[in-house]
Every structure is written in structure tokens, then in C-alpha cells.
Design a protein around this ligand. Structure first.
Ligand SMILES: NC(=O)c1ccc[n+]([C@@H]2O[C@H](COP(=O)([O-])OP(=O)(O)OC[C@H]3O[C@@H](n4cnc5c(N)ncnc54)[C@H](OP(=O)(O)O)[C@@H]3O)[C@@H](O)[C@H]2O)c1
Length: 257
């Protein structure tokens, strides 16, 4: 396991990851630079991180470095820094390819990852590429590491990091529908989220596709079938795959959106 983890980009995502690592009992050292003094201090008080002056020092004193600046900030953050031969860079930046990172850090071993905010609850399904035992171990601390077989596969899987956000919109819609049907806000949230979590558990435990599970539930004349008919007439699933496609294109660098 990593003993000293450097952080370049002490922002939202790094905060979720560090919160999860500490919650999991990981007692290694965290190191951040004073790039943004206010955020570095927050990392010190929340996660007992050590603060150093500049990004180069983060690399110098760490075994591995988690890089999570915004894609537009990557060049400014990493240009001109010296990495030890084979030193591990764990990138979490959506759409930033290994070739780009390798040019900025030729000596580093680079692994791309896509953790999400549920890292803080030790529940992040984190896709990663390429295989790396230490990275897998780290991701297992904050959820489950899911190895992808190529960078193209990794890009496709990264879209789920965006879809994760859309599920909250679906939750909101269903909570409001429950409230309109007469439930209190608390009851509506509880029943909606527990039902969604229950569907996720069944899907994870089953070899069957979502469609097969659904067909087994939608007895003719029943209420599941009734609602499904409305969803199908409204083509309610289509915008979800369109949204997925738009993000995939952006991550592949093939979109102007
Ligand atoms: N948020 C998520 O849930 C999520 C999920 C998956 C992947 N990601 C990826 O994670 C990355 C960060 O996203 P975020 O939402 O965490 O953004 P964020 O909150 O803006 O975090 C980026 C952090 O990087 C810092 N930074 C900028 N330039 C730097 C430099 N030269 N040296 C050191 N630190 C620097 C920023 O400081 P300043 O505030 O001073 O600029 C900020 O604290 C993105 O590439 C995104 O694709 C995010």
C-alpha cells in the first residue's frame, strides 16, 4: 500500500478521495502543495495533510501522486516537474490521455482512474487503466476498482462518472412524483432512494440483463407494465443514451460541445 500519497489538485474530487481514505483507516501520509493556501489548510485540518511549498516538493517527498486538477489546468500544474523513474502518477482527469500526461512527465508510470464523490462513503466504482496492483489496492479502499482493457474502454467507462450525476435528477423527479401522490418529503426520499438501491442490488446480483429482469416483473395488466407503456410511448430512455453519447464524444475529443 502507498505510504505517502501526494495530491496535485486539492479540490472537490481529491477531498472525496481523501475523506474515503481516512474513513477506510488508511494511515499513510498525505502531502499537498500550497498552490491554494485556503484549500491546502482545509486538507491539513480535515485529513492531516502535510503542506509543502510547490508541486515539485509534492513529487519529491511522495511515493505516488494523485493528480486531479481540471483538464485545462493540467499543463500549468505538471509542466517542467521532475518525476523519479517509474514514479506512480494516478490521474483522475476526465479526457486527459496517457500520451498527453506522459509527455508532461516522461519518467512517470501513469494510471488513469475515474473515482466519483461516493469515494467519501467508500462506495466509488472506479474504472482504471492500465492494470496496476498498487492502484487497485488504493481504489479498493474507497470502493471497487474496475479494470478496463484499453484506454478507449476507459474513456467509454468514464462517461458513467457523468451518468452518476444524472441519477440524482431521476431521484429528484421520483421524489417529487411521490410527494404529489401524498407522501411527505422524508418518506418520498426514503422510499425512492431505497427502491433505486434495491434495483441496483438485484441487477448486481443477477446474471440477467436489466431488460430480462424488467420483463419478469412486468406482468401483463400490472402496474409495472402500465408505467412502462407510458415510458416507452414517450421514448423516455432515448435522451439518456443521447446524453451518454454526447459525453463519450467529448471525452474522446470528438465533440465541439
Ligand atoms: N468532481 C468530481 O466528482 C470528479 C469526478 C471524476 C473526475 N473528476 C476530475 O477531477 C479533476 C478535478 O475536478 P474537481 O471537480 O475536483 O475540480 P476542482 O474542485 O476545481 O479542483 C481542482 C483543484 O486543482 C487546483 N489546481 C489548479 N491548478 C493547480 C496547480 N497548478 N497546482 C496545484 N493545484 C492546482 C485548484 O486550485 P484553484 O481552486 O486555486 O484553481 C483546485 O483546488 C477534473 O479533471 C475532473 O475531470 C472530478
Amino acid at each position: 500500500m502507498i505510504k505517502k500519497l501526494g495530491i496535485i489538485g486539492a479540490g472537490h474530487l481529491s477531498g472525496f478521495v481523501c475523506e474515503g481514505l481516512r474513513k477506510s483507516g488508511w494511515s499513510g501520509k498525505l502531502v499537498v502543495s500550497s498552490h491554494n493556501p485556503e484549500k491546502s489548510r482545509a486538507f491539513r485540518s480535515r485529513f492531516k495533510a502535510e503542506i509543502v511549498q510547490v508541486n515539485q516538493q509534492v513529487i519529491d517527498v511522495s511515493d505516488a501522486i494523485f493528480v486531479a486538477v481540471r483538464p485545462a489546468q493540467v499543463e500549468a500544474a505538471l509542466a517542467g516537474l521532475n518525476w523519479r523513474d517509474g514514479q506512480l502518477m494516478i490521474s483522475a482527469m476526465a479526457g486527459v490521455k496517457i500520451a498527453v500526461l506522459q509527455e508532461l512527465a516522461p519518467a512517470a508510470t501513469i494510471v488513469r482512474t475515474m473515482p466519483i464523490s461516493s469515494s467519501a462513503l467508500l462506495a466509488s466504482p472506479t474504472s482504471y487503466f492500465p492494470e496496476h496492483a498498487t492502484v487497485y489496492q488504493l481504489l479498493s479502499q474507497i470502493g471497487v476498482g474496475i479494470l478496463m482493457q484499453s484506454e478507449e474502454e476507459f474513456e467509454a467507462a468514464s462517461t458513467n462518472g457523468a451518468a452518476y450525476g444524472w441519477y440524482f435528477a431521476l431521484i429528484d423527479e421520483m421524489v417529487q412524483a411521490n410527494q404529489r401522490a401524498g407522501l411527505s418529503k422524508e418518506q418520498a426520499k426514503k422510499v425512492t432512494v431505497e427502491t433505486l438501491a434495491s434495483a441496483a442490488k438485484v441487477a448486481l446480483a443477477s446474471e440477467r440483463s436489466g431488460g430480462e429482469i424488467l420483463r419478469s416483473l412486468a406482468t401483463p395488466g400490472g402496474v409495472t407494465a402500465l408505467g412502462l407503456k407510458v415510458l416507452e410511448e414517450e421514448k423516455a430512455m432515448l435522451p439518456w443514451s443521447k446524453a451518454f453519447h454526447a459525453v463519450t464524444m467529448r471525452l474522446k475529443g470528438e465533440s465541439s460541445q
